[in-house]
Design a protein around this ligand. Structure first.
Ligand SMILES: NC(=O)C1=CN([C@@H]2O[C@H](COP(=O)(O)OP(=O)(O)OC[C@H]3O[C@@H](n4cnc5c(N)ncnc54)[C@H](OP(=O)(O)O)[C@@H]3O)[C@@H](O)[C@H]2O)C=CC1
Ligand SMILES: O=C(O)[C@@H]1CCC=N1
Length: 268
């Protein structure tokens, strides 16, 4: 199976690295195409990949094509791709917002899968939601799921609405977690801890809390109750967050990302 990734940025390269060892590739190396000469030069040193700087050499013979450019680059890219395509090819978009219909019309192709990946895929802990156009077969879905799973876990969703919704939760979500981490780091520094100690305090706290959550079937709310003593320090912190409506603000932020994904789809 010849698999091509178009766009070797944060997402494209992450997925390329995950998929490079997939048995589905059999004897073929993972193929990557990008327009940035510096990226191409550095990727050519990586023996896991066949790296291309023009589409003519890699696109016509590819079986599965992952598209991982920014949404605003997709229109120009599609125009360039269209004359080189054949009807057997399968397209997998990693782009936020861009709809199945836009991709199908842009490429004049029917077999399209839309996904929403996330950055922890870089360490094999990604989560990818995906959905497909009706022209994609069950066998093709299984192959693509196998490829996506090389970066972590994936969930199939029934409609594109849930791709946009998962953009608001898991796609953009790592940035919300980093925002919370950054806020706690800054608080630790203000309290007088060194850079190193602040980092250890914050990262261990996140890691430990996630591990507790993953190893037990208990809701985050119940875990809060286990940390908070009546009239104690945690309750003071939680009361402060509740008084400031932090939960609602976080939900508003997730919806802002969801809404923006829908809007990006309409921009096309
Ligand atoms: N970053 C993330 O956490 C997530 C990103 N996504 C989606 O993934 C997609 C890629 O995002 P990200 O990886 O962060 O972006 P990057 O900018 O890191 O990567 C995009 C890459 O594509 C290259 N490129 C631009 N135009 C073309 C073209 N016509 N042909 C081939 N390559 C091209 C860019 O080169 P140059 O730099 O020179 O423009 C760059 O190397 C986006 O659509 C985004 O919505 C989805 C979920 C999470
Ligand atoms: O910010 C973005 O638009 C992309 C999609 C989800 C994460 N990054």
């Amino acid at each position: 199976m010849k698999v091509l990734v178009i766009g070797a940025g944060n997402m494209g390269l992450t997925y390329a690295e995950g998929m490079a060892s997939s048995p589905l590739l059999s004897k073929h190396k993972l193929r990557i195409y990008d327009t940035d000469p510096k990226k191409i030069e550095s990727l050519r040193k990586d023996s896991r990949f066949d790296v291309y700087d023009n589409l003519e050499d890699c696109l016509p013979k590819a079986h599965i094509i992952f598209v991982a450019v920014k949404p605003y680059h997709s229109e120009g890219l599609f125009e360039q791709m269209t004359p080189m395509l054949n009807k057997e090819q399968l397209f997998v978009s990693l782009m936020a917002g861009v709809t199945l219909e836009t991709i199908q019309n842009g490429l004049n192709q029917k077999k399209v899968i839309r996904t929403m990946p996330n950055l922890p895929a870089q360490v094999g802990k990604g989560v990818t939601s995906y959905t497909e156009a009706e022209e994609v077969s069950k066998v093709e879905m299984i192959m693509v799921r196998n490829l996506l799973d090389t970066t972590g876990t994936s969930i199939h969703v029934d409609s594109e609405k849930y791709i946009d919704a998962s953009t608001g939760i898991s796609g953009s979500g790592p940035a919300y977690v980093f925002y919370f981490m950054q806020s706690m780091l800054e608080a630790a520094l203000k309290m007088g801890f060194s850079d190193y100690d602040s980092k250890v305090l914050v990262s261990s706290t996140f890691e430990g809390a996630i591990e507790l959550f993953n190893q037990n079937n208990i809701s985050p709310k119940s875990w809060i109750d286990k940390v908070a003593s009546k009239g104690g320090t945690t309750q003071a912190a939680i009361d402060s967050m509740e008084d400031n409506n932090v939960k609602q603000l976080i939900q508003d932020a997730a919806y802002a990302a969801f809404d923006r994904a829908v809007e990006l789809g309409k921009d096309k």
